[in-house]
Design a protein around this ligand. Structure first.
Ligand code: ATP
Length: 514
């Protein structure tokens, strides 16, 4: 199936099964704003918990906060967001569609990469075991020509971004003959900068309302609380502060479902370190974060690092963790070495010291910061995409199943009486009442058992417990496993232990090898 179709199916599955709805749908929705439904909210809460626990339980020097969405407007002056939180936009005059100029070029580069990789794959098949990929890449004429074209555009692109040279960015789009996907033409406007922050007024206009912003990232709430936490928590460097919460960006282009939203949620951690030790910590967090993703079991090959072409002027290292979405490898998380830029700026703009006295060194300094920043909604999309499967069964029927990591599944088990009589519903009710303190359970007695299994597969429930007539005499039930569809008989008294072992967040956390 084409990847475009898979993505469309995932979007409609999310809606049909209560994971994600367009916001204000009865009014035809609101661009790039979404609501989470009854299963979506559970999955989202579980992802957030997985992140939060991995940060604050597995690291005894990382603590959490919850800062306000509104912040003093000077925060955004100091952070650089008022002056420089811009995206370069470009319009196609024929389709009247708006694009991010940098994304157009990135997509163009990705397409060349894809072509090269296809050539390599084809050759690998042709040559079999004797295939030498490095040799092929360095000698095959067509591949070399494509690689040279890619490298040339890439070098110009990186320089244009670093110099904030909008004319050159436009020229690259023209020279590379990039066309609008809608109109197919190259009739482009100039490239302009567009600030992504939403502004609103605080207080009544009569007494001089203050212009405030909806935060475009949660990180600044951590920086301005750095000393509060350090002092009240008696924290010693190195230490980290973690936070999850809503962020808002007036994105220019928002066409990829919950990948790029105007209201979204971030999970960020700022790790404060001694100046000079930042690269060591950058590399440690880079590895730790990839391990966190990989522990979910969606397949290690689905992830890759992508080092930034353009480093923010204050950063001395930055990398993204990308996940292979149905529309290609895309950033899910950023890991940035931000030097002492943010604390330094807040010191300058607030006039308050942001320094730490290091008792071991006997001196004060402004700490350096390593940041890990991940979008909860993008993580949600990567997990749904990685879990979605359509399968043909032995009997010729087909099923759609979400093979969610059990610890993250919205519903952990369904309790199903085989028939709606003979005391089976009552027995099933007893089991639900026993298990619901530990697990989110769902009771379902409607339709055939096969249909009920399908409904649970579609929302990713890892275990179904079936109660039949024998259960009444032997106190045993059938456990049916979502992924293999195998069935196993087990005593009711063991259910809690069996399920707990399989769905526990603890076992998932243990897989991360810090
Ligand atoms: P992009 O280049 O895709 O716009 P970014 O580099 O601006 O992203 P950061 O500022 O580093 O993103 O934000 C950190 C994380 O927040 C991203 O890795 C992503 O997961 C998430 N994120 C950023 N913007 C959005 C958005 N509009 N919708 C959903 N998640 C987002």
């Amino acid at each position: 199936m084409a990847q475009d179709d898979v993505f469309k199916k995932i979007i409609s599955h999310c809606k049909e099964y209560g994971f994600v709805f367009p916001s204000s749908e009865v009014y035809d929705g609101l661009g790039a704003v979404y609501d989470y439904g009854q299963y979506g909210v559970e999955l989202k809460n579980n992802i957030r918990k997985y992140w939060w626990d991995s940060m604050t339980l597995l690291n005894d020097n990382v603590v959490g906060i919850d800062s306000a969405i509104f912040m003093h407007p000077t925060v955004w002056k100091a952070s650089g967001h008022v002056d420089a939180f811009n995206d370069p936009l470009i319009d196609n005059k024929d389709s009247k569609k708006r694009y991010r100029a940098d994304v157009l070029v990135e997509d163009y580069l990705a397409k060349i990469d894809e072509k090269i990789n296809k050539e390599v794959e084809k050759a690998a098949k042709r040559f079999g075991a004797a295939f030498d990929e490095a040799q092929f890449r360095s000698t095959n004429a067509r591949t070399l020509e494509q690689q040279a074209r890619r490298d040339a555009v890439h070098t110009r692109f990186a320089k244009a971004l670093n110099d904030a040279d909008l004319e050159e960015l436009r020229q690259i789009i023209l020279d590379a003959e990039i066309v609008c996907p809608i109109s197919g033409t190259r009739n482009w406007t100039e490239v302009r900068q567009f600030n992504l922050m939403f502004a609103t007024e605080m207080g009544s206009t009569a007494d001089g309302a203050m212009r405030v912003y909806l935060r475009p990232e949660t990180a600044q709430g951590i920086f301005v609380n750095f000393l509060n936490v350090q002092k009240t928590g008696r924290m010693k460097i190195p230490f980290g502060i973690a936070q999850t919460g809503k962020a808002f960006r007036n994105e220019i282009v928002a066409r990829q479902f919950i990948f790029r939203m105007r209201e979204f949620e971030q999970m960020e951690m700022q790790y404060f370190v001694r100046p000079g030790e930042e690269m060591e910590w950058f590399n440690k967090w880079k590895a730790a974060r990839l391990a966190w993703h990989q522990a979910l079991g969606l397949g290690d090959a689905k992830y890759r690092y992508h080092d930034h072409d353009k480093l923010a002027h204050y950063a001395n290292a930055a990398t993204d963790i990308e996940y292979e979405m149905p529309f290609g490898f895309k950033e899910v998380e950023g890991i940035h070495s931000r030097t002492d830029f943010d604390l330094g700026q807040h010191e300058k703009y607030s006039g308050k010291k942001m320094q730490y006295f290091d008792p071991e060194l006997g001196e004060s300094y402004t700490p350096y910061v390593i940041e890990t920043s991940i979008g909860l909604d993008r993580m949600f999309l990567s997990i749904i995409s990685g879990s979605y499967a359509e399968e043909t069964l032995a009997n010729g029927e087909s099923r759609v199943v979400l093979k969610l990591p059990p610890a993250l599944a919205p519903v952990k088990l369904a309790v199903l009486p085989l028939v709606k009589k003979d005391g089976l519903p009552e027995k099933a009710g007893e089991i639900v009442r026993m298990l619901r303190f530990d697990f989110r359970c769902q009771y379902d007695e409607k339709d055939s058992i096969g249909k009920r299994y399908r409904r649970q597969d579609a929302i990713g429930t890892p275990y179904c417990i079936t109660i039949d007539h024998d259960t009444l005499s032997d106190d045993r039930v059938t456990i049916r496993f979502r992924d293999t569809m195998e069935q196993e008989r087990a005593p009711i008294s063991m259910l809690n232990d069996i399920i707990a072992e399989k769905v526990s967040m603890k076992n998932l956390l243990k897989k991360i090898n810090y």
